[in-house]
Structures are given as C-alpha cells and as structure tokens.
Write a protein that binds this ligand. Structure first.
Ligand SMILES: Cc1cc2nc3c(=O)[nH]c(=O)nc-3n(C[C@H](O)[C@H](O)[C@H](O)COP(=O)(O)OP(=O)(O)OC[C@H]3O[C@@H](n4cnc5c(N)ncnc54)[C@H](O)[C@@H]3O)c2cc1C
Ligand code: SF4
Ligand code: SF4
Length: 511
C-alpha cells in the first residue's frame, strides 16, 4: 500500500504563551549575537523550569518552553513528522548529550570566569550561543524527523527529570502533578489518536488498554495535545489523587458488556462504490455478541501498534454469532487503508464490543426520526432491521450479504422515519433494503436525497432540505449520524420545530 502517515499533524498550541513563546528563542538566539545581555534571560528560564518540574514533571516543555513553542508552531508545518529514531530516545544517548552539554558549558564558563572584565556580556553570549545551537540542531532534526526530536534528549529535559524525581521522593507531586487521565479505560476506543498526535511520540492508548486510567510517563510534557484530539473526549489532566474519583464518576452505560473477541472474516461484500465494503465476522471466542442496534465495536487494524478502529455494527445473524460492519475508505486514512489492503476472507481478527449509547435505540419510544448522511447510514441498517425486518428481507433486498435477517420477536408498533443523504447514486448503500421495508410497513417512512445526482432518479439536495419540509411531532426522539455540519444544521431545524435538545441523539464518527 502507499505509505500512509501514522503520525498526525495537528494544532499543538492552545494558549497565548505556546503560540508566541518561539519569539523569545529567535530574539535571544539571534539578537544575543549583537547584544549578548539578552542571553541572561536563560538562567531565569532554567530556574523556572527546575521549579515547575519539581512540582509538575516536564510541564514546562509542553506549556512554556520557547524552543518547544518554536518546534510546535514553526517547525511542525514543514516537518516530515515521521518516526523519531529510537537512538535519540535511548538512555545512553540522553546521558551522552547531558554530559557533553554540561562539559562544554562548564569549560566555557571556566574560561569566562578567568577574566573579570565583561563578565555579564560574556556569560550572556554563552547562553545565547547555546540557544542558537539548539535552534539550529533542534530545528534541523525537527524538519528531518519530527518537531520534538530534540526534546527526546534535551539536557534541560534531563535536568527536569532529576528535579521531578526529587519532588516525587518528597511526596509533593501527588497533589501538584497532573497526568493524562482517562475518564475510564472502558470508554477508550483504542483508536490511538492520542498517540498519533503526541509530539513526544508516546503511547498513552496502550496504557489505557492495560486498564490504567492514568498515563504515567516521565517524558510526557503535559502539552494537552492528546486531550484536545481524543475523539471520545475522555481525557483530561488530573493529579493522581483526583484520578480515582474521576473513574468512579464515569458513566459506563452502553459499555458494560464490552469484551475482546477472536473472530474470522467470513465475507467481504462490495458495493457500487469501490471505497465502501461490508465486512462480516464470524465470532469464535466467545461466539456471540449481545448488542443493542445502533452500538459499535472496535476492529483491530494494526497489531504492532495495538490500534483499533470503531465501526457501527450494521447487521448480525439471528444467533448474533456473525456481526458485520460497513466501512468507507478514507483517502489518506491510516486504518481504512490497512483494512482495504490487508483484510481478506478467512483471516483472523481481534474485535472488542459492543459499545456506545448515543444511537442505542429505545423501542418504547412511539415516534422516532433517523437522520443520516454518507457513511453515517450504518447504524440505521441494524436499527431498521431490528424494528421492522421480516426474515430474509435483508438478504433478498440488500442483495449479497450472507447474513440472514433476524426473526424479530416483537414488532415495533410506533412510527419511524429515515431520511438519508448521499453524494452520488453509488454512495447510496442499502437503498433497496430500506425501500423494501418501507413498502412492507406502513409505520416506516423512508426518503433519500443526493447532493450531486448523476441522473434523474433521485431528488437533489441535502438531508436537511427534506428535514425542513417534514412535519415533526415535538414528541419525536431523533437519532442522527453523519457529518458534523449536517448534524449542527439538523439540530437547529429540529429545535425550531419544537423538538427539545434532550430528545436529539447524535453519534459523531469524526470523519
Ligand atoms: C462510534 C464510531 C462509529 C463509527 N462507525 C463507522 C462506520 O460504521 N463506518 C465507517 O466507515 N466509519 C465509522 N467510524 C469512523 C472510523 O472509526 C474511522 O475514524 C474511519 O474509518 C477513518 O479511519 P482512518 O484510520 O482511515 O482515518 P485516520 O487516519 O484516523 O484519519 C483520516 C484523516 O483525518 C486526519 N486526522 C485524523 N485525526 C486528526 C486530528 N486529530 N487532527 C488533524 N487531522 C486528523 C488524518 O491525518 C487523515 O488525513 C466510526 C467512528 C466512531 C467514533
Ligand atoms: S484518543 Fe482514542 S485511544 Fe486515545 S484515549 Fe481517546 S479514545 Fe482512547
Ligand atoms: S501524552 Fe499527551 S500530554 Fe503527554 S506529551 Fe503526549 S500529547 Fe502531550
């Protein structure tokens, strides 16, 4: 497969200092060559980082460091953002860099202190020269490898580590040091986004997989990038003393039954659009998954990186020992490219599920409205099947899944409407299935629309256009899945129609 980037370039500067502190680096490093006194700001910086690290580990590096700001703000856009070589992270290299740096600085200071004249200017010059060296070497490494390559062995980082260990020994850090904390490991999708955006290329997701709700790693610079980019919104910075109460308060509804499964890919179904495929898994151990329609599961896509991807369960057989997901390939998507290139019938995979509560339908509702666009249609296949399907209907209508439609014990007697928007005709998946169910059930209405139809068979527009024209009872419970702009517009239209926000449920796929 074409090389798809694992590490994600994303905004890492969330406050004024991190956005602009790089100017200090440039002023001290370059300005100091002409007015060396500028270098005297560096000892103050060293003092400040020693104090913060005593209390909060390498917090300085991720929040105040002028070089860090330069790497994240200026170097990141031009960096290859590739893997940092292991050697730069290795203990011997870190020790060597520290000794070399200490020896070199010591030697230069000795030379300065042997003469009394111009002591301050000479001292400032040493510091500003050092700042310049870090700018040049760190900047080059940042462009060639990854912006924070220098930070792996930075002698200031090593000094902070010593100071941090001291703070830990005195028992200070348990109330001052904030670590990356997951609300609960059970809510984690194992999607590795936290690791893919991490400037230090750490792997918090593996720690959550081991059931820890705090990520303890002395190299963590507490930069908040993973917090800002976790699609599940379950991360925060918290002290070790706060971590337990955070986990206790976590709402695990919809996640309680989740567990790992060994499975085999039993069928891969293709659609008119080659970028969409339905994968059916036979569950081996354990051999059935009790899920509520609308829930999702995790599919392991990368063994080495322990990376999973979340996919809605789009169908199952009667005994629930086969489950299927329908996946859209994203052009530069890491996981979907692995799936489309490597997944083959007969192959073993690890799954985890079921999970999720947003679209887990409540059958006691008398009126339901489902809104989907793009690949956001997937939850509604199993939802509609569960509410209305007659045995075999999906097999016949969807023409090709190997999953036999389930016999439902109890028909749904309320009313449900599905509005579905896609771009082109070939993107409209499971259309025959929904249309057949609508024909056979007076209490199910189905309408769809294309934003760029190639022919005249379908109406042109967005799903929100048909929503605008629809009469909606304010008692209706709404389930939305699709793009963020569609969901935002739909929620506004629904609120204008009198549907309270509490009755509107939205699942964000993040794509
Ligand atoms: C609950 C749930 C259910 C889902 N159900 C389905 C489903 O049924 N079918 C389906 O096809 N998909 C579904 N998804 C989406 C799916 O989990 C994957 O996100 C999707 O398949 C893309 O994965 P990827 O690894 O190919 O893309 P990625 O590599 O993760 O991302 C694609 C692109 O976005 C960029 N990007 C990603 N994150 C960031 C970021 N933080 N900042 C900047 N750029 C970023 C990447 O660089 C890349 O260019 C679901 C998601 C969730 C959360
Ligand atoms: S980014 Fe993904 S792997 Fe990391 S904590 Fe959030 S859900 Fe879990
Ligand atoms: S784990 Fe999170 S807070 Fe720590 S360095 Fe990585 S992205 Fe920053």
């Amino acid at each position: 497969m074409a090389e798809i980037a694992y590490n994600i370039k994303t905004n890492r500067t969330f406050n004024f200092i991190r956005r602009w502190a790089w100017l200090i680096t440039v002023i001290v490093a370059l300005g100091g060559q002409f007015w060396p006194y500028l270098g005297l700001v560096v000892p103050l910086i060293i003092l400040a980082l020693l104090i913060t690290s005593f209390l909060k580990g390498r917090y300085w590096c991720g929040n105040f460091c002028p070089h860090g700001s330069l790497y994240d703000q200026i170097i990141l856009p031009i960096s290859r953002n590739d893997k940092i070589p292991e050697i730069l992270k290795s203990k011997p290299f870190v020790a060597l860099a520290f000794i070399f740096f200490g020896f070199n600085m010591g030697r230069r200071f000795l030379a300065v202190f042997q003469q009394t004249e111009g002591l301050l200017a000479r001292t400032g010059f040493i510091f500003s020269n050092t700042y310049l060296m870090v700018l040049v070497v760190g900047g080059l490494l940042g462009v060639i490898f990854s912006p924070r390559s220098w930070c792996q062995f930075c002698p200031m980082g090593t000094m902070q580590l010593f100071s941090y260990k001291l703070g830990k020994t005195f028992g200070i850090t348990s109330t001052t040091d904030q670590l990356i904390t997951a609300e609960s490991p059970d809510l984690c999708h194992s999607c590795a986004n936290c690791s893919r955006v991490c400037p230090m290329q750490l792997e918090p997701h593996k720690s959550f997989q081991e059931n820890n709700n705090q990520f303890e790693n002395e190299k963590c610079i507490r930069c908040n990038t993973c917090v800002e980019n976790c699609p599940s919104g379950i991360l925060q910075l918290a002290t070790p003393t706060e971590a337990d109460s955070i986990e206790e308060a976590a709402d695990l509804t919809g996640f309680e039954k989740s567990r790992y499964y060994q499975a085999k890919i039993s069928k891969i179904k293709e659609f008119a659009n080659p970028d969409i495929k339905e994968f059916t898994f036979s569950l081996l151990e354990p051999n059935s998954m009790e899920f509520i329609p609308g829930q999702f599961m995790l599919v392991k896509v990368d063994d080495q990186r322990e990376m999973f991807k979340a996919y809605t369960i789009s169908g199952s057989d009667a005994a629930k020992n086969q489950v299927s997901v329908t996946i859209k390939k994203i052009e530069d998507g890491y996981g979907t490219n692995l799936i489309f290139d490597n997944f083959q019938e007969g192959q073993r995979v690890t799954l985890k599920g079921p999970m999720g509560r947003e679209l887990a339908i409540d059958k006691s509702q008398e009126k339901m409205l489902f809104l989907a666009n793009g690949i956001g249609i997937t939850p509604f296949t199993s939802i509609v099947e569960n509410l209305f399907a007659r045995p075999g209907v999906r097999l016949k209508a969807a023409g090709g899944t190997n999953i036999e439609a389930r016999k439902i014990e109890e028909n749904y007697n309320g009313e449900a409407t599905l509005l579905y928007g896609a771009r082109y005709e070939e993107d409209l998946i499971y259309d025959d299935f929904f249309a057949t169910i609508a024909q056979e059930n007076n209490n199910f209405a189905y309408d769809r629309v294309l934003s760029r139809p190639r022919g005249d068979d379908y109406k042109q527009g967005y799903v929100t256009h048909i929503l605008e024209e629809l009469e909606v009872d304010p008692e209706t419970v709404v389930y939305i899945c699709g793009s963020r702009p569609m969901a935002q517009d739909a929620i506004e239209i629904l609120e204008n129609k009198g549907v309270p926000k509490e009755q509107i449920n939205y699942e964000d796929f993040g794509v």
